[in-house]
Design a binder for this molecule. Structure first.
Ligand SMILES: [Zn+2]
Ligand SMILES: [Zn+2]
Length: 154
């Protein structure tokens, strides 16, 4: 397939995704708003071993969470762009920041989560899956994505 390529702002870190992600979240929670300084974050959920680092290194920055579960964000040490996160201490699963991909428009959110703190001027597309907090993965994820996730054991 034609791979999705991504990079940090300064270009030291370059990477590729070797497949499409399992699922894409648009998260409107207060943590994501604060950490990005924006209205929401776009996360592509993908197996860690499907992210290929072509150049650069990453620094791991632990962040506090409302739930108390670990959240480590991986950043370029030079420009501090956040490239992906490990939510919940699951080494096999990464949440890639969609905005770091060259062709970010190819990944459309599969679900909007934590819309209870969505900024009021953000208007979701008609028919978009949207949840006040979270949702049931078994009901919403495509079967092939669920199988990939089960293969990770997470
Ligand atoms: Zn950089
Ligand atoms: Zn969030």
């Amino acid at each position: 397939m034609d791979m999705l390529h991504g990079a940090c702002a300064c270009g030291d870190v370059r990477f590729r995704l070797s497949s499409m992600p399992m699922f894409v979240h648009c998260c409107h929670c207060r943590d994501c708003q604060r950490q990005t300084g924006s209205a929401f974050v776009l996360n592509a959920l993908i197996e860690t071993d499907r992210i290929h680092l072509d150049s650069g290194t990453l620094s791991r920055v632990p962040l506090p969470t409302a739930s108390g579960r670990p959240h480590d964000v991986y950043r370029c040490p030079a420009c501090q762009t956040a490239l992906w996160s490990d939510y919940g201490g699951r080494p096999g699963l990464r949440f890639v920041r969609v905005g770091t991909l060259e062709e970010s428009a190819r990944l459309v959110p599969d679900a909007h989560i934590f819309t209870r703190s969505k900024l009021p001027w953000v208007v979701l597309p008609p028919g978009a899956f949207a949840f006040e907090v979270y949702y049931d993965q078994a009901k919403l994820w495509p079967p092939e994505s669920l199988a990939r996730r089960h293969a990770l054991g997470v």
